[in-house]
Design a protein around this ligand. Structure first.
Ligand SMILES: [Fe+2]
Ligand SMILES: [Fe+2]
Length: 332
């Protein structure tokens, strides 16, 4: 008989070998809980993240921009679905998680509590927000829980399209009029700090990081990823012809990284706690969509049950295996 201690040792060996934990494997309850929390928060972010950009679909400046934005927002819905499915393999249903989101018991990325004030924000979100998401998510392709890591592979490919469409939109505007260039700079100014906050609180204020790294769920700390994002974004900003709103941004030869100011963590915590400019609006909208979609979920479920009953009724009785009529028929 396998004892609890043996199961724990097996789990530790799998993590140590950087192999994958799969849904049917034994796992510590705390590992399961941490993953459900993280995957759910990630899924909610994808779905809530459709709102700020969805806001501009009807006002796209051209058919081409509209087609791109529609595809992008649809991708985000897909990301949400892959992630809810990954959470389901841990025993948490999509219904249960959505109810928790609406009740304010689970979080989503605080970036989506900021408004989108012009079409330029579609470009800035693609460049900086999807860019930060890529920084966060590429290492997650090798996270220790199989379904989560595999979902991330496709998500990352699509995020990279999102980032490029955003950058291309901004680049097009930068080649336009002075007014358009000002719009890009203004939008970048508003999104830079919230984008840096997407990596979460500083390492010394992030109590779950050490355990998540031990379990192979996370492979880099928040501050490491934030630094990587800053280093990556500066040459892109230079190529674009915009600046970031931080006078302390400069290359540090010794560290081999850019120095930058500390984000306003009070603002971060205030937004996380529900006081951002759009928190109420985002949840109210999600709740409305959830309530209005109830009849669709009920109908789909009733249809599935009916089909299952019909299949059961028409199946031959006895062995439970379908009768092999083909042999007889071909013999005739
Ligand atoms: Fe996404
Ligand atoms: Fe995206």
């Amino acid at each position: 008989m396998t004892t609890e201690a043996q199961l724990e040792a097996q789990f530790a060996d799998t993590i140590e070998a950087k192999d994958r934990i799969e849904p049917r494997d034994w796992m510590p309850e705390a590992y399961r809980k941490t993953l459900i929390r993280q995957v759910a928060q990630h899924a909610h972010s994808e779905i809530i993240g459709m709102q700020p950009e969805g806001n501009w679909i009807t006002r796209a400046p051209s058919l081409r921009r509209k087609a791109i934005l529609l595809a992008k927002v649809q991708d985000e819905a897909g990301h949400g679905l892959y992630l809810y499915s990954a959470a389901e393999t841990l025993g948490a249903s999509r219904n249960e998680l959505t109810e928790k989101l609406i009740a304010g018991k689970q979080k989503y990325s605080s970036i989506f509590n900021y408004p989108t004030l012009s079409y330029t924000d579609v470009g800035t979100i693609g460049w900086l927000v999807d860019g930060a998401a890529i920084c966060n998510q590429v290492p997650l392709c090798r996270t220790s829980f199989g379904p989560y890591g595999r979902a991330m592979i496709r998500v990352c490919k699509e995020e990279s399209f999102h980032q490029r469409q955003g950058y291309e939109l901004l680049m097009t505007m930068m080649r336009g009029t002075d007014e358009q260039r000002e719009m890009v700079q203004e939008s970048v100014n508003r999104f830079w700090w919230p984008a840096l906050m997407m990596f979460g609180p500083p390492d010394d204020d992030s109590p779950n990081t050490a355990q998540s790294m031990e379990w192979g769920i996370k492979t880099h700390t928040n501050d490491e990823l934030r630094q990587k994002f800053v280093d990556m974004s500066i040459p892109q900003a230079e190529a674009l012809g915009v600046t970031f709103p931080d006078e302390n941004l400069k290359w540090n030869e010794e560290r081999g990284h850019y120095d930058f100011s500390t984000p306003d963590w009070d603002e971060f915590w205030s937004v996380v706690k529900g006081n951002g400019p759009c928190n109420d609006q985002r949840i109210a909208h999600r709740k409305r969509a959830w309530d209005e979609g109830k009849w669709v979920r009920d109908a789909a479920l009733a249809f599935a049950e009916q089909s299952a009953e019909a299949t059961a009724a028409s199946a031959p009785t006895g062995t439970g295996a379908p009768a092999d009529t083909t042999t007889e028929e071909t013999a005739k």
